[in-house]
Write a new protein. Structure first.
Length: 192
């Protein structure tokens, strides 16, 4: 999960994920998650000359593209880092975890993105030296409905390409979208 929030205690886990729909959304706005189990060593902040970022071993997220629906965006919970903005399902990588595997794991945990229903088009890496973020761009090969499966999302939405830039985007995604979009469209041109 992407626990990119200030003030997360070292032992925090998500609240009861049995909550669904509006109840889960309301719980996500009220408080940050409370963890009861062990924490992955990758769940930590790193700091350097470019700022503070979540993910000791870097982070990764999924840009899922369905030509008939658009791209899957996550409206981030208010308590999260850059809360209230729209971004990609993703989060901190585990130690030794491949960025594609980590992005798919996070997208499944946060939005129920089924790895069997997508194929990797390409990856794009922002490498700051002490921290990196990998965007894994996926083509949806078998339509699916995303599901809010943890308190990090207020909403999940398929957004038509022409409307993506009209959303209040997470700053990192806003900076990368202008380069990701044309490459994604070029690689999917002529596909059914």
């Amino acid at each position: 999960m992407d626990h990119s929030l200030a003030g997360t205690s070292p032992g925090a886990t998500p609240p009861n994920t049995a909550l669904q729909g509006p109840d889960l959304q309301e719980a996500a706005l009220e408080r940050p998650p409370v963890r009861t189990g062990p924490r992955d060593p990758g769940d930590a902040w790193v700091e350097g000359e470019h700022g503070r970022f979540w993910g000791r071993f870097g982070a990764a997220g999924v840009l899922a593209y369905d030509p008939g629906k658009g791209v899957l965006l996550q409206h981030r919970a208010a308590w999260s880092h850059n809360g209230g903005t729209w971004g990609l399902p993703g989060g901190a990588l585990h130690e030794g975890e491949d960025a594609v595997a980590g992005a798919l794991r996070e997208a499944y945990e946060e939005a129920a993105v089924p790895s069997a229903s997508v194929s990797v088009l390409f990856t794009s890496v922002l490498d700051l030296g002490y921290w990196s973020y990998t965007t894994v761009v996926l083509l949806v090969t078998d339509a699916f409905d995303p599901v809010i499966s943890d308190p990090e999302s207020i909403e999940l939405q398929w957004v038509p390409l022409a409307e993506v830039a009209t959303k209040e985007l997470h700053p990192g995604f806003a900076a990368s979208w202008p380069a990701l979009r044309p490459k994604m469209l070029d690689l999917t041109a002529g596909r059914p």
